[in-house]
Design a protein around this ligand. Structure first.
Ligand SMILES: Cc1ncc(COP(=O)(O)O)c(C=O)c1O
Length: 461
């Protein structure tokens, strides 16, 4: 038996890693990385807003782990606290005693959350936090009132409960999911009221404050306020998923704060982990939690999963919260977000044949390209027809590929709208990073449609 050691990892070349992906991980990932021409990059180091590839070239990370890299990579304070925790030989797993680390993180979360959002259940990933929220609705409302309303193009995770309120045919596939949940248009409060007036089995409404996977969709001001009022009128819980848009990204701790509401349950993850640990939290208004779990015995058995609130993860998240406030990162997200959006809007106005829309709040930004599927003639149309369906009509993949391979900028995409480039710059982003992005992006746009595709083809060679 031959096992690979840590010191040998640096010697693994791309071909060997790709082979492992094909044989032992997920060949689908290989297919998409190759399609986008992301498969030639191996990240060797990460620091601040930058990743470093195998040639030690700097890559500006504006994909930001779909919102997970709020503090940037390897924030020095995060590294320090984790080193300290390890050096002092603190314990990570010990479910039989109180954990001072869980206590501190939960207390601080309660302190920064508005209103009586005071009870915290720690978990490992976003989907797990969503599962906790779904169960909380059923426990609070009772089984007869446990159906949920969710929204079109929502994304809440891949576990079965979360998937049952995720509107994606591809992700739902043919899996047997929780039945009976109801779907409405995102941004339409009236539809929620209509369903509630007809159906007494609905106990909760689940929304993202800003839909990420749908293509960075921002509802009109007042939407969340209307939904809050409707939920109150019908005695229904409002669950807000802030896993992607939360933790300061939009210029507020939570994106729902732009509408000045307090949900009954909030889910948080991604950047909460200080860009270094896997942490998630379901935060519940105290009266709801206390009503849902009246008996102490019931409380106990519903404790978090094995690794929910691991020592090092909890102190990492706690340090991340302290950094967020002490470094003024929420304010920076607002300021840099406004700066970035204003520059992107100039590009939108200069290149209307390519860019359809620019939208965002703080540092959660979507750039939507025009769908150009109908506009090509041979030889480009011949080349395009050889590509995957998702790339055929969209230049987003081409732009992303050229961004990475020519300009060393990493951008993201969205699950449901193939024309949208998703940008989640770290909250520590400076104006100079945005300027570099804008200059590079304009160099791509100026090439025009054909030039972009030729550049893409060149990067494939
Ligand atoms: C809004 C939202 N909810 C839930 C999830 C699921 O989180 P995880 O992938 O950590 O399970 C995600 C992940 O992208 C998300 O963006």
């Amino acid at each position: 038996m031959s096992l690979i050691k840590y010191h040998e990892i640096k010697n693994l070349d791309l071909k060997t890693i790709e082979k492992i992906y094909i044989e032992n991980i997920n060949p689908g990932q290989v297919y998409y990385y190759k399609l986008l021409n992301y498969h030639k990059t191996l990240i060797k180091k990460a620091k601040g807003v930058h990743l470093y590839n195998q040639n030690n070239e700097k890559i500006l990370d504006f994909a930001g782990g779909v919102g997970s890299i709020g503090l940037g990579h390897n924030h020095p304070r995060i590294i320090e606290i984790r080193g300290k925790f390890q050096k002092e030989q603190k314990h990570d797993i010990g479910p039989y005693f109180y954990s001072q680390y869980v206590a501190v993180l939960s207390k601080n979360l309660a302190t920064i959350c508005p209103g009586d959002l005071n009870v915290v259940i720690l978990a490992n990933v976003g989907s797990e936090a969503v599962e906790q929220a779904i169960k909380m609705v059923e426990k609070y409302q009772g089984p007869e009132k446990s159906k949920l309303i969710y929204t079109k193009n929502s994304f809440h995770g891949r576990t079965k409960g979360a998937l049952s309120i995720t509107d994606s045919k591809a992700l739902r596939n043919s899996f047997r999911l929780v039945e009976g949940d109801l779907i409405v248009d995102f941004g339409n409060a009236k539809q929620i009221e209509q369903l509630l007036s007809q159906n007494k089995e609905i106990g909760g409404v689940v929304l993202e404050s800003i839909q990420g996977g749908a293509g960075v969709i921002i509802p009109k001001d007042g939407y969340l306020k209307d939904v809050r009022k409707i939920c109150d009128d019908y005695g229904v819980l409002l669950i807000i998923d802030e896993i992607q848009c939360g933790f300061g990204r939009t210029g507020r701790l939570f994106a729902f704060e732009h509408d000045d509401i307090i949900p009954d349950i909030v889910t948080l993850s991604k950047s909460l982990g200080g860009s270094k640990a896997s942490v998630a939290a379901t935060i519940i208004r105290s009266p709801i939690y206390r009503q849902a779990y009246k008996s102490k015995k019931e409380w106990y058995v519903q404790m978090p999963s094995t690794f929910g609130g691991m020592g090092e993860a909890a102190v990492t998240a706690n340090e991340a919260i302290n950094i967020l406030y002490e470094e003024g990162l929420i304010e920076n997200a607002e300021k840099m977000g406004n700066y970035f959006l204003s520059k992107l809007m100039v590009l939108r106005d200069s290149y209307p044949e390519l860019i359809k829309d620019v939208r965002g709040k703080g540092l959660m930004i979507g750039v939507e390209f025009n769908d150009i599927s109908q506009t090509f003639k041979p030889p480009i149309s011949t080349f395009l027809s050889s590509l995957d369906k998702r790339l055929k009509g969209s230049i987003t993949g081409f732009v992303g590929s050229v961004m990475l391979n020519e300009f060393r900028i990493l951008v993201g995409f969205t699950e449901y709208n193939r024309n949208v480039m998703r940008l989640h710059p770290p909250l520590i982003t400076k104006a100079e990073n945005i300027d570099y992005f804008i200059e590079s992006f304009e160099k791509i746009l100026i090439k025009g449609l054909k030039g972009i595709i030729y550049s893409f083809i060149r990067t494939k060679l």
